[in-house]
Design a protein around this ligand. Structure first.
Ligand SMILES: Nc1ncnc2c1ncn2[C@@H]1O[C@H](COP(=O)(O)OP(=O)(O)OP(=O)(O)O)[C@@H](O)[C@H]1O
Ligand SMILES: [Mg+2]
Length: 348
């Protein structure tokens, strides 16, 4: 069993690469790279411009002695279908057939364009009928092919494609089986992904088109800033007004509408989950992704959602070569590290 793994997180603002070694039950993040990429090269983990991406990544891979390693990449919503479904207890062959029908029911494209898999994760009884709880996953073939192409051209071995929700969970390293329901919120550049976990099982996910790029564009549209200046202002002032003279911080009017509908959509998704899983409503929210660092975001979520909100933290099992206190880098790495762990341990 290999004990070293490489994870690549194709984000639309930057690509994150992590090399992890498992040693004496500790996870050592030996190397990591955060490679900024030009806008439009990656979109929601989908590679849109292979040439440009390779130009950015090739020097990093070549200079740092990671060529030839086995690596894992990931896909996420809205480009994947993940459904928790209930079906009567059937034989494997019958289940295989039933899954094709289920896929067609939920997918906006033909099943022939999709690679799918399913896993029985539980069994129960309802109205005297025995049923399986099944996690069904479908991903468009061309997305996977895009990842495999880039990884091979970088001189690496593509061993698996994972769902980002699972990789995040691996990085958290908690025992979730008896945990209350949790919401993991990845606020990136291209959008926000919501992953709802019920007793440690991913059972519902949603994508919201609110992300760092949207806020940057909003600033550009209401000022004379170019992209770079708008990015800088966003990082300096956060969600707060740039010309505020009073001590009391007020939200920048430029962001009011988008922040308002973001909170509304979040609340709607939480309400939906709570209705479906009324015995275990969401008890806590864990946030990650670049917008976690935006001034005012955490306070806003706490105030508006009336739930405990905490920022993602690696467990004590992890060790970073540049020190565990370097939060600025660590905040960006849970996905790449979770993917590397799968490679290193052969995790499912
Ligand atoms: N301190 C900060 N204040 C405000 N915005 C920030 C801050 N730090 C990072 N960001 C923003 O976070 C975004 C990058 O986040 P992240 O690295 O999670 O995105 P990504 O993973 O590349 O994108 P995606 O996951 O959506 O494909 C950018 O829009 C960046 O401007
Ligand atoms: Mg991301």
């Amino acid at each position: 069993m290999p004990r070293i793994g490489l994870g690549i997180d194709f984000g639309c603002d930057s690509v994150k690469i992590a090399k992890v070694r498992i040693k004496n039950n500790r996870y050592i993040v030996e190397k990591f790279f955060i490679v900024p990429i030009p806008p439009g090269v990656v979109d929601n983990n989908v590679i849109k411009n292979t040439e440009l991406l390779l130009q950015e990544l090739m020097p990093v891979i070549e200079r740092n002695g990671i060529k030839g390693l086995r690596c894992v990449t990931s896909v996420s919503i809205p480009e994947t279908l993940v459904k928790l479904i209930k079906l009567p207890v059937l034989k494997k062959r019958e289940l295989d057939e039933a899954m094709k029908w289920e896929l067609e029911k939920y997918l906006p494209f033909s099943a022939a364009q999709v690679i799918s898999d399913y896993k029985i994760i539980g069994r129960g009884e309802e109205n005297s009928i025995n049923f399986f709880s099944i996690l069904l996953v479908g991903i468009q073939k061309q997305i996977i092919e895009g990842h495999v192409r880039v990884v091979r051209q970088l001189g690496l071995k593509h061993t698996a494609i994972d769902l980002s929700a699972f990789a995040y969970y691996r990085s958290l390293r908690q025992d979730f089986t008896n945990k209350n329901s949790q919401l993991l919120l990845d606020m990136g550049a291209g959008g926000t992904r919501l992953f709802f976990f019920y007793k440690g099982l991913l059972c519902f996910q949603r994508w919201i088109s609110f992300g760092g790029n949207l806020l940057t564009r909003e600033l550009m549209n209401s000022t004379r800033y170019n992209w770079q200046e708008a990015e800088e202002a966003k990082k300096k002032y956060g969600i707060y007004a740039r010309d505020s003279v009073s001590e009391e911080k007020i939200i920048d009017p430029v962001f009011l509408t988008s922040l308002g509908s973001f909170i509304q959509e979040l609340q709607r998704a939480i309400d939906f989950f709570n209705l479906q899983y009324s015995d275990q409503p969401v008890q806590e929210i864990i946030i990650l992704g670049g917008l976690t660092g935006m001034k005012g975001i955490l306070d806003l979520l706490v105030k508006e959602l009336s739930l405990p909100v905490s920022v993602f933290q690696f467990s004590e099992q992890f060790e970073f070569i540049n020190g565990n206190d370097n939060k600025e880098w660590q905040d960006k790495l849970p996905l790449a590290v979770g993917l590397a762990l799968r490679g290193a341990k052969g995790w499912n």
